[in-house]
Design a protein around this ligand. Sequence first.
Ligand code: ADP
Ligand code: MG
Length: 346
Amino acid sequence: MPNTLTPDFATGGAGIELIGLSKRYAGQRDPAVDSVNLQVAAGELVVFVGPSGCGKTTTMKMINRLIEPTSGSIRVGGRDVLAMQPDQLRRHIGYAIQQVGLFPHMTIAENIGIVPRLLKWSKARVAQRVEELLHLVGLDPAMHARRYPRQLSGGQQQRVGVARALAADPPVMLMDEPFGATDPITRARLQDEFLRLQRELRKTIIFVTHDFEEAIKLGDRIAVLRERSHIAQLDTPARILADPADDYVASFVGADATLKRLALHSVGEVTGGAAPAAPGTPVVAPTASLREALNAMVAHGVEQVSIGAMTLTFAQLCAAARTAGAVPAQSVPAAEQASGLVHNGG
Ligand code: ADP
Ligand code: MG
């Protein structure tokens, strides 16, 4: 089958390789994307973060050939994407965008089933897949499958967009600010669910955002882009926070890098003592981040939180913040980084 993309055997994903990839739009003096080189390992989630107009969308759309490159090459799962038929290629690459792009005259179930139908799955298999996906993204099929997009909230439409991108179980997902149009609370919830999904599915994902906090939360690695998609730094969130490559990257990190690093680790990762908690000590879940634990301390005016029978003190939290993310780059084996095994744990 010449027009499929085979996932890597160890994950649900396929590696992506961009080699000298450039795009010059007609009538433009400068290229929109100038000679990008990037390797994304199978099962890895790489976030592109950079200001509006820096070429994020153009770079991403060349991968599924919604935009044709001017020069360079793209390999997915070892295959030369530019030698494939674009419409065939796109059936094997999930694509989710901020504007969602659901068809208004189709029900939610019909929208999600578009690619499986194009791939000529049986009606029963499509119906089963749609139901499974609605559950997966936290929507009740009985309530939502037969509704039309306008009958759903913005956040629910975003979930449908993600479900549609996952429908044919593609090894690669391209996501262009998919949660951008939602309010902060909905966005945080969508991000959490998306991370939970990705831990199971292990797709190869390129995720575009202009929100650095979102990049830190979601990325195995982050590519900080400057104009023309030049990569200013490509590394794990912890190492970008601990050691920004230059002033440009530092401007994304901001003055509160230590606080941002607290968001990368859960209280469950930091061993506290089994001291009895004083009355009024706030309780946090083991999955809460160190930043949330600090927030609880500040909000209650106390210097400890309890996690079940355990207690985490302010001093322990500070010690963890100073060590977390300060791991020198060479202490993580290169092979482990390249295979995407290094997760941010958040
Ligand atoms: P981003 O997604 O990072 O905001 P884009 O990839 O959309 O950036 O755009 C990169 C640059 O290319 C911008 O300067 C934009 O104005 C330009 N551009 C995007 N699409 C076109 C087009 N169809 N024709 C000409 N210029 C374009
Ligand atoms: Mg864009």
